[in-house]
Write a protein that binds this ligand. Structure first.
Ligand code: GLY
Length: 365
């Protein structure tokens, strides 16, 4: 199996395919794991991150979340590296009455799906998370929304793939695919052709840049997210992921506090702007005022791979070519279900019921 793209999706498929006895090669146009997966926040949060209009993604997200604990434990065992899986839960907060109304609707939606969310007044929310602003208009505690350190995760995936005998090639862009039912091949930027038995295209926003997939490239576009990393210092010590109307804060066990993110339609632009950071800080400060004292360690802009309906594309796209891409905001969350179900299809040839709503063919007229 030859995997194009070594982000969290490509590396998870590689790991699971190796586990199922396959030989695996991964090609990444840069440093594997250092693209969108590195730029993420690591929230495993279908309750907090997926809206009511996205029922299929929501169901897939909950399925994937239910697999995350064992995925993390197995990966730590396979790689010998920690991934900082944390199940402290997420607090969704509203800073004014409008936001509280929207949050209330979100809360009712979660309840109607049997999710054990809890409505809290400001004081009750502060009992759970003392660093919240004192005058919030409402909050929802979502104990089932967890998180992981996405950077540790991709490093662990790389280590596991290598330990199991997979080959990972950095700085090797794939330019084109030659489709064939049993002997497909890829053409590298160097001109070299590499034959394989199956190609998996999981290159996120770069999936559109691979030629040979007629009649059209995959309908994926980048959606920019500006973010920053603050360093937590005592007495400040946020414990939970906190999500407000304009910003989220994800504290990691090593003291990093990831604050995100803008949502911008700017193509492949990865500039960090004053306005982007100003907006983030303002929204984050409104819900967790203590961040103003913290040191800014770094800022960046990531590119989320989005399809037209913001749901992933997973399934065969051409003879000998399968794709798993377009995970938009949910790549880290959806990695276990994507990898496990894709490997079921690719290795055992059994169609996965979990993936039916996500076939790439839904965009072909
Ligand atoms: N999942 C976090 C984001 O898209 O900003």
């Amino acid at each position: 199996m030859l995997i194009v793209g070594g982000g969290v999706i490509g590396l998870s498929i590689a790991w699971k395919a190796l586990d199922a006895g396959q030989q695996v090669l991964v090609f990444d146009r840069g440093e594997p794991g250092r693209g969108t997966s590195w730029d993420a926040a690591g929230m495993l949060a279908p309750a907090a991150e997926i809206g009511f209009e996205e029922l299929d993604v929501y169901a897939l997200g909950r399925e994937s979340l239910s697999r995350w604990r064992s995925f993390a434990a197995d990966l730590e065992a396979a790689s010998g590296r920690p991934v900082d899986y944390r199940d402290d839960g997420t607090l969704l907060v509203a800073d004014d009455r409008d936001a509280a109304e929207a949050l209330r609707r979100h809360y009712e939606f979660q309840r109607s799906h049997g999710v054990p969310v809890e409505w809290l007044r400001a004081g009750e929310a502060q009992d759970i998370e003392p660093f919240l602003a004192p005058r919030l208009a409402g909050a929802v505690y979502s104990p089932e929304d967890h998180q992981v350190d996405n950077r540790k995760l991709v490093e662990a995936l790389r280590a596991a793939v290598i330990k199991l005998g997979g080959q990972i090639h950095s700085n090797e862009a794939v330019q084109a695919v030659h489709t064939h039912p049993s002997r497909p091949a890829v053409v590298l930027a160097s001109g070299e052709t590499v034959e394989t038995d199956q190609v998996v295209l999981s290159a996120g926003v770069w999936s559109t840049g691979v030629d040979g997939l007629e009649p059209a490239p995959l309908p994926i576009r980048p959606v920019k997210g500006q973010m920053m990393q603050l360093q937590m210092e005592r007495p400040f010590g946020l414990k939970h992921v906190v999500r407000g109307p304009g910003a989220y804060l994800a504290p990691k066990s090593d003291g990093r506090l990831v604050v995100g993110a803008t949502t911008e339609e700017m193509g492949f632009d990865q500039r960090v702007t004053a306005g982007g950071l100003y907006g983030l800080l303002e929204h984050a400060w409104e819900i967790v005022p203590g961040i103003l004292e913290l040191e800014v360690e770094s800022t960046w802009a990531g590119l989320r791979p989005a399809s037209q309906d913001h749901a992933p594309l997973i399934g065969p796209i051409a003879p000998g070519v399968y794709t798993a891409t377009g995970h938009y905001r949910h790549g880290i969350l959806l990695a276990p279900v994507t990898a496990e179900e894709a490997v079921t299809e690719l290795v055992r040839g059994e169609p996965s019921g979990h993936l039916e709503a996500f076939r790439p063919g839904r965009f072909v007229r």
